[in-house]
Design a protein around this ligand. Structure first.
Ligand code: PLP
Length: 371
């Protein structure tokens, strides 16, 4: 009988995630599985928490990886912080802002949406106007690095405005974390979530989440139970915190080893060096794309280093190029999502993928496929 796993050939993952996985992470995934209440495993959990606090830029006690992908982190923040009838503002300029709107509405929140043109970043003055005219809100949510468009939103400036109104500030850092500066406490963010499969270069499966004291206070003061049992942080923190370490669900032990190793890789290299590496390969990619006559979709000042969106050249069959890249060069890049399907390509330079030799490879392969 053929073992399908023995026929997997490595692909250079240059799409919007997952990214290439660190060798140290693959090795960590294969370490012996321990019990989820084993004291040695608990010391690894404590190590993950400390590493996460450093990478996220927070002293928040409630900082832990949720079991599930980035969407589980998104849902965790909303189900724990929203009660039916709460007034919520979602700042949307891409697919993942839309997903936030959907989740908040399903929870019975009164959802206001401020949308700005996809491919552009929010202007803080417009957010301020919305807060003044239509607030107060109990929670304001935004995506830091909008993976569907390649835009970086000015989270720090918006945080200042949101916090002056007393609202909770929720930020999606799925794509930004570990690839560009994220400083949760300095940016006055109350709830933040991320994912493992982007700049942390771990396989998909965990979602780091952090809650400020104000967010925890809101959770503990709820009039109603958190509507989702699996993501109820008021129970999960009893496993990640304190002396009792009460069982909630069986932790994905080996995935947590992988996250520990990934965070260790990032911190060994050093956050400033990691951010510089992402920026350097981003500039290298853009210079090469311009030489090929390809244009970027986002204006320079709002571009993400780890997710590059390219306007499709006229007359090119975008799906065919992606198929050839995969089949002939073993390189995966991403297509446009939602309204941008068929209009852009997305090239990810995330984590371990963000290396000069990978940029050279994708540029050479793209040149061959477009020609
Ligand atoms: N938020 C952003 C900005 C993302 O890029 C993604 C995934 O690409 C998600 C949320 C959802 O994460 P996942 O697909 O891991 O559930």
């Amino acid at each position: 009988m053929t073992n399908l796993l023995s026929n997997i050939t490595p692909t250079l993952l240059m799409g919007p995630g997952p990214s290439c996985v660190f060798d140290e992470v693959y090795a960590a995934l294969a370490r012996p599985t321990l019990g989820h209440l084993d004291p040695y495993f608990i010391s690894i959990m404590d190590g993950i928490k400390t590493h996460l606090q450093t990478v996220i830029g927070t002293k928040n006690n409630v900082t832990l990886p949720m079991s599930g992908t980035g969407s589980a982190g998104m849902e965790t923040c909303f189900v724990n912080l929203i009660e039916k009838g709460d007034k919520v503002l979602v700042l949307t300029n891409g697919v993942f802002g839309k997903r936030m709107e959907d989740i908040a509405a399903r929870l019975g929140a009164i959802v206001d949406v401020l949308e700005c043109e996809w491919g552009t970043a929010f202007v803080p003055a417009n957010v301020e106007e919305q807060l003044q005219k239509h607030g107060p809100y109990s929670l304001v949510a935004i995506v830091h690095a909008e993976t569907s468009t390649g835009v970086c939103n000015p989270v720090q400036a918006i945080g200042k405005l949101v916090k002056s109104t007393g609202a909770l500030f929720l930020v999606d850092c799925v794509t930004s974390l570990g690839g560009m500066p994220v400083t949760m406490d300095a940016w006055q963010v109350d709830a933040l979530y991320s994912g493992t499969q982007k700049c942390l270069s771990c396989p998909p499966g965990l979602s780091p989440v952090s809650f400020s004291e104000q967010a925890v206070a809101k959770l503990l003061a709820r009039k109603t139970k958190v509507p989702n049992w699996y993501l109820d942080l008021s129970m999960i923190i009893n496993y990640w915190e304190g002396k009792t370490r009460a069982y909630h669900h069986t932790a994905p032990i080996n995935m947590l080893y992988g996250l520990y190793a990934a965070l260790d890789c990032v911190l060994q290299e050093g956050l400033p060096a990691v951010y510089e590496r992402h920026l350097a390969v981003h500039k290298q990619l853009i210079a090469g794309l311009e030489k090929l006559g390809l244009a970027m979709y986002v204006q320079p000042e709002h571009r993400l280093p780890m997710l590059n969106t390219i306007t499709l050249p006229a007359g090119v069959d975008e799906a065919k190029v992606r198929q050839r890249l995969l089949r002939e060069h073993s390189i995966e890049i991403g297509a446009g999502l939602g309204p941008l399907a068929g209009k852009i390509w997305r090239i990810g330079l995330m984590g371990h993928t963000a290396r000069a030799h990978n940029v050279e490879k994708v540029l050479a392969a793209l040149a061959a496929c477009i020609a």
